[in-house]
Design a protein around this ligand. Structure first.
Ligand code: ATP
Length: 439
């Protein structure tokens, strides 16, 4: 790498905008902090991340089922879950010149403002949930909140899933969807957002089995990053939470951390939530949420192990981990070395020129490859070299070029992103050859 790590975030942010991954939200009107929109390649990347998570957490297992709950939920849910009281961060304000606000637990010096050096206020607890009203009357009965985590949807539907599906403890309920947190400070691009997307799985186990399953899911999730997403193992580590940093519901929590340009940061949290949530919902709703073991007839409230992660945070991790620059013939080549399953485009098909006789065969190649891959047809955007560079920047593993020789020899050129090596392959064997190279 020929760049400093501190430049990396700026470079990735710029590339993400330039190449249609991420745009600041409502930019036309000056934007709003902590909100981003996703452009065409960003959407594709996110769909792949979600799909790979779903495949490995739900589809490849027979003990996890899916759920989609609403984003809005009445106040009663959040009172029961403890969020109206406990979902707070310590807020301090600068009493000096700049008047900025900070999260006290993110500051090394809690006396002096890190921006202007002025004195800081005493910390006060700031609740991060977005509050709203449902229905035409804004009275206390209509109060609802945008969920700050998807997890509660799984707990309030625990009995529904139990009664409608043939599930037996141990089993999990998984969900992907938007969550909202009015973060005191947002930043580091899409690392900390106010609207983001979570992927969470609540795995219900017999009390006493919880520590074993906690260890299992920590390992399982860590392996997903290295083996499925291709994230560099040396930039990942596990960190156990200290007692004073654990969430109000957790008995133990381990973060999977990534070495971001600003230091180690949480990528995913794997928590042992005990029976906290089911117990509190049982108490507040007055409904029995116990599980009866069909063999022993024993009744109990299951414990819960929860891997929880944000799509946006995985996305920034993939982009940072994949970003690379190298010198090629006196010029800097920028590329994303994205894993082939994550890359927005897997194969770009290009006619060498816009000449009519090349377009027909190139479109034919495109159609043939679409049966097996995410394909983009790229005819515009200058000479072939420039088009290769553009595909490098969005992380496309292979380009296939149709040239004038193709008309004679019925063969095309495969060009690989990382090595830039080229291989001539008959059109008839192209799909199989690419399948081999993707394997
Ligand atoms: P922090 O203490 O950093 O505010 P947290 O420990 O409260 O975060 P969790 O509640 O464990 O975060 O959230 C689970 C996962 O959801 C995180 O690991 C992260 O991937 C994602 N996440 C949480 N908050 C945000 C956010 N504001 N923006 C983007 N992703 C987030």
């Amino acid at each position: 790498m020929i760049m400093e790590r501190q430049d990396l975030m700026e470079k990735v942010t710029a590339l993400a905008k330039r190449r249609g991954f991420v745009y600041p939200s409502s930019e036309l009107y000056g934007g709003l902090g902590g909100l981003y929109d996703y452009g065409p390649y960003g959407v594709a990347l996110r769909r792949n991340i979600r799909g790979l998570w779903w495949r490995h957490v739900v589809d490849l297992r027979d003990d996890v089922v899916g759920l989609e709950a609403t984003i809005l939920a009445p106040e009663a849910v959040w009172v029961a879950s403890g969020h109206t009281v406990n979902f707070t961060d310590p807020l301090v304000e600068c009493r000096g010149e700049c008047k900025q606000r900070f999260r006290a637990d993110h500051l090394e010096d809690t006396e002096r403002c890190p921006v202007c050096g002025g004195p800081l206020s005493e910390p006060r607890r700031f609740n991060m949930m977005f509050k709203t009203h449902v229905g035409p009357v804004e009275d206390t009965a209509s109060v609802a909140y945008l969920r700050p985590e998807t997890a509660q949807g799984m707990f309030v539907n625990f009995k529904n899933v139990l009664n409608s599906m043939r599930v037996r403890v141990p089993f999990g309920i998984a969900q992907q969807g938007r969550s909202f947190r009015n973060e005191i400070t947002h930043g580091n691009f899409i690392f900390r957002l106010r609207e983001f997307e979570q992927m969470e799985m609540e795995f219900f186990v017999q009390p006493g089995e919880d520590e074993r399953w906690h260890a299992f899911w920590i390992e399982e999730r860590l392996r997903w990053y290295t083996d499925v997403l291709g994230i560099r193992a040396e930039r990942l580590r596990l960190r156990e939470h200290e007692a004073d940093e654990r969430a109000h519901y957790a008995k133990a929590s381990t973060d999977i951390e990534y070495l971001f340009p600003f230091g180690w940061g949480e990528l995913e949290g794997v928590a042992n939530r005990t029976d906290f949530d089911l117990r509190t919902h049982q108490e507040h709703s007055g409904q029995d949420l116990t599980y009866q073991d069909p063999e022993t007839n024993e009744r109990y409230l299951p414990y819960v192990v929860e891997p929880a992660v944000g799509v946006d945070r995985i996305m920034i991790t993939c982009l940072l981990d994949a970003y690379d620059e190298e010198e090629v013939k006196g010029e800097t080549r920028v590329l994303l070395r994205l894993h082939r399953d994550v890359a927005p485009v897997q194969v770009a098909v290009m006619p060498l020129s816009k000449k009519e006789e090349l377009i027909g065969p190139a479109r034919g190649v495109q159609r043939a490859l679409q049966t097996g891959f995410r394909v983009e047809y790229d005819q515009t955007g200058g000479n072939i070299g420039r088009r290769y560079r553009r595909q490098d920047e969005i992380g496309t593993p292979f380009c296939v070029t149709v040239d004038f020789d193709t008309l004679e020899d019925r063969a095309v050129t495969i060009r690989e992103r990382d090595s830039m090596e080229q291989e001539r392959v008959p059109v008839a064997g192209l799909l199989d050859r690419l399948r081999e190279r993707f394997a």
